[in-house]
Design a protein around this ligand. Structure first.
Ligand code: SF4
Length: 314
């Protein structure tokens, strides 16, 4: 066998599946057990093709809209949350539905509703078009919430209602970018009301902290995650900002070997919707070209577990 160059693979921790993703996948599996196939799922249950294809093989059918679900079959709503109008439409059709919205997203929904009851206008920090943003906007009356994506957006906001503003955030944002936007909001609107604790979820902030912790040691970084996964995109972006050339890949087959070259230390992490099996797949692919030594970065383990919906475990 040819001599392979040595490569240290520094695996970030925590990485991969969060409690909300784990719960959403379990909900689909339990629903398949309880109701039999097919079970319909509105939108990708989580942003990962591997996960979606596995559930499809078990009998899940993924659809974009509720009107694609036949009356007699159950439907599950994805972890990102849905506008209020979606369960309302399901009820109107007497559909059986299970809501797999992550409890941390539901918490933001409740905060939004309370702020509107208090007469506030919400400035929502998030990314246009992301399903979580669409879901949260759909909790409150139209016109009562405004999207803020950047610090520049803050300067462009009309200040007419400056006294009754509040802000909330998407759960999967860049911790650093959000802090800058919040600082700009507080500077411009000193009386703005913010959430008591950070809305960026524990999984998003822990995975970002883990990348920061290893970045200085890495010559290259691979982030396993889908191109539409907000928290995965943020990990690749963060590594780049730390000065480490980084790529977001869905699977081992996406590794650009020319770009990778012959680094001494490669950082490896995975977004909250990427299963560990894909991390192993990438390590095995690296072994075909390098003499790999693996090291798991020091970390504080996550112990978060969310309860499953009563209707599936009762
Ligand atoms: S990334 Fe955070 S908000 Fe999204 S499902 Fe996971 S725990 Fe919930």
């Amino acid at each position: 066998m040819l001599n392979r160059p040595p490569l240290k693979v520094l695996i970030a921790a925590p990485r991969g599946f969060c409690a909300g993703v784990d719960r959403a996948i379990q909900i689909v599996e339990l629903a398949l057990e309880r109701f039999g196939a097919p079970v319909y799922v509105r939108h990708e249950i989580v942003h990962n093709r591997f996960v979606v294809e596995r559930l499809q093989a078990l009998g899940a059918i993924f659809v974009d809209e509720l009107d694609e679900v036949p009356d007699e079959r159950p439907v599950i709503f994805s972890a990102h949350g849905v506008p209020k109008s979606v369960p309302e439409a399901a009820q109107a059709r007497a559909l059986t539905y299970v809501d797999a919205t992550c409890p941390l997203v539901s918490k933001v929904h409740r905060q939004a509703q309370r702020l509107i009851e208090d007469g506030r206008h919400i400035l929502f920090i998030g990314h246009a078009g992301h399903p979580e943003v669409i879901g949260t906007f759909g909790q409150v009356p139209e016109g009562s919430i405004t999207l803020v994506e950047t610090v520049e957006d803050v300067a462009a906001l009309a200040s007419a209602s400056a006294e009754n503003l509040a802000f909330l955030t998407q759960t999967t944002l860049s911790v650093d970018d959000t802090a800058a936007i919040v600082a700009a909001l507080r500077l411009r609107f000193p009386n703005i009301r913010g959430p008591r604790s950070e809305d960026i979820c524990y999984a998003t902030s822990n995975r970002q902290a883990a990348v920061k912790a290893i970045a200085a040691e890495c010559d290259r970084m691979l982030v396993i995650g889908a191109p539409n996964s907000s928290n995965s995109l943020r990990l690749a972006e963060l590594a780049e900002r730390c000065g480490v050339p980084s790529r977001l890949i869905e699977r081992a087959g996406d590794i650009d070997w020319q770009w990778l070259g012959q680094p001494r230390t490669l950082g490896l992490t995975a977004g909250a919707s990427a299963p560990e099996v894909l991390v192993r797949e990438v390590v095995e692919a690296l072994r075909t070209r390098f003499e790999v030594s693996e090291e798991i970065a020091d970390h504080s383990p996550e112990r978060m577990i969310f309860k499953l919906p009563r209707e599936l475990v009762a």
